[in-house]
Design a protein around this ligand. Structure first.
Ligand code: HEM
Length: 399
């Protein structure tokens, strides 16, 4: 893997954090005041036990480290909610993500992929992220939600402001000793909330056949979702719906560049595309880490994690745990089964996984038809996301 890191100039932090072989499966980071978990079986244990490893991590973060402090509402933020409330909210949105709703999107995804590649073709150069991997999932999720795909420059601005910075928060130090620019996060967050609140209010007045209308009309225990919950849920869908899928598409093409023999194989056997996508998710896990908060003292991997501690669950490391995946640094779509944790596991398993997999499959199939070979441009370097929690290319020029 070191040769790949060097070849594509991948920032070191992605690798030293994700290489579990040199580390213990569970370690305390005194500087950050958090526990890191790198091992596959240990993560299985965590993700299967939401009573001990709660998703409500914000309660451990001091108010003066939260952008907006008290005015910041986490209501409706499904990834932060524990049972039993989590199950109610999840049921509500699962209706919008049925297999049929997702499968029906296939022709639209294919048409969009062709449109975007045509535009790049006319310009004579293909930068995979800007030309396809970013706009495709963002247009799809925007159309599903019912907000204009044409506003995607705005979404990108917000997403970049939230995720392109490598901000490290420590729970072991007082806020004033930390270099955290809360305003930089608060501003895009407020703008995004106002934008989605405007669209939600419009749907209450005038329902349409879109997901935002479903959310404003949805009821939990006979009550409609309050505005802040609708807005926060829509934010999660808008953000989760594209950033990770952008990384998936870019990373998959990078893997096929790094392992050209696998590119030949998948060209010859398109039925293996889903396996290529799964292996890309394992090797370059887009959403590399999740947070959990312990509710009691718990023994894990031979150590005791005390109650009320933050636990960083490094999915990207567990997906390379040699106890689970032999030759973990090799891109081998032939792994069967491939029980990677890229979409999480348990009650919070990614709601959008079928959509992400469909977008990956359709886009890769068309790319293989239209671009032969898929090869990075040796004169124009690949760029990687700076944050260790996000494993993904953000610039991928092709020849
Ligand atoms: C949850 C990854 C695409 C919506 C998650 C989780 C992971 C994940 C790891 C678990 C979070 C946790 O346990 O705390 C990914 C990856 C994607 C992807 C790697 C693409 C390659 C999508 C898409 C959507 C989406 C396309 C929506 C359209 C969600 C939602 C949750 C979630 C709503 C929360 C589920 C819950 O808390 O019950 N995702 N995701 N994701 N994802 Fe995705």
């Amino acid at each position: 893997m070191a040769d790949i890191a060097e070849r594509y100039d991948i920032p070191k932090q992605h690798f030293w954090l994700h290489g579990p072989r040199s580390r213990r499966p569970v370690e305390y980071d005194a500087d950050a005041g958090m526990w890191n978990v790198y091992g596959y079986p240990e993560l299985q244990e965590i993700l299967g036990d939401p009573a001990t490893f709660s998703s409500d991590t914000m309660r451990l973060v001091p108010k003066d480290l939260i952008p907006g402090g008290d005015e910041f509402s986490m209501a409706g933020f499904i990834t932060q909610i524990d049972p039993p409330e989590h199950g109610k909210l999840r049921k509500l949105v699962s209706h919008a993500f049925t297999r049929k709703v997702v499968a029906d999107l296939e022709p639209r995804i294919a048409a969009l992929t062709h449109e975007l590649l045509d535009a790049a073709h006319d310009r004579g150069k293909l930068e995979l992220v800007t030309d396809l991997a970013y706009p495709l999932p963002v247009i799809v999720i925007a159309e599903l939600l019912g907000v204009p795909g044409g506003d995607r420059a705005l979404f990108k601005q917000w997403a970049d402001a939230l995720f392109q910075r490598d901000t490290k928060i420590s729970l072991a130090k007082p806020a004033e000793q930390q270099n955290v620019d809360l305003q930089a996060t608060l501003k895009p967050w407020k703008e995004m909330s106002a934008y989605l609140a405007g669209h939600a209010a419009e749907r209450r007045r005038q329902p349409r056949a879109d997901l935002l209308t479903k959310l404003v009309e949805a009821e939990v225990d006979g009550e409609r979702l309050p505005d802040d919950q609708v807005v926060n849920f829509a934010i999660i869908l808008l953000l989760a719906g594209h950033i990770t899928t952008t990384m998936l598409l870019g990373n998959t093409v990078l893997c096929l560049d790094a392992f050209p023999e696998q590119q030949d194989k998948v060209r010859a056997d398109r039925a293996s595309i889903p396996a290529v996508i799964e292996e890309s998710l394992r090797l370059f896990t887009p959403f590399a880490a999740l947070g959990r908060a312990t509710t009691r003292d718990v023994e894990l991997g031979g150590v005791t994690i005390p109650a009320d501690h933050m636990v960083m669950c490094w999915l990207g490391a567990a997906n390379r745990d040699p106890r689970q995946f032999p030759d973990p640094d090799v891109f081998d779509p032939g792994r069967d089964p491939n029980p990677h944790l890229a979409f999480g596991r348990g009650i919070h398993f990614c709601l959008g996984a079928p959509l992400a997999r469909l977008e990956g499959r359709v886009a890769l199939d068309i790319l293989l038809d239209r671009v032969n070979p898929l090869r990075t441009d040796p004169d124009d370097p690949v760029k990687f996301m700076p944050t260790p929690t996000m494993t993904g290319v953000r610039r991928l020029p092709l020849t």
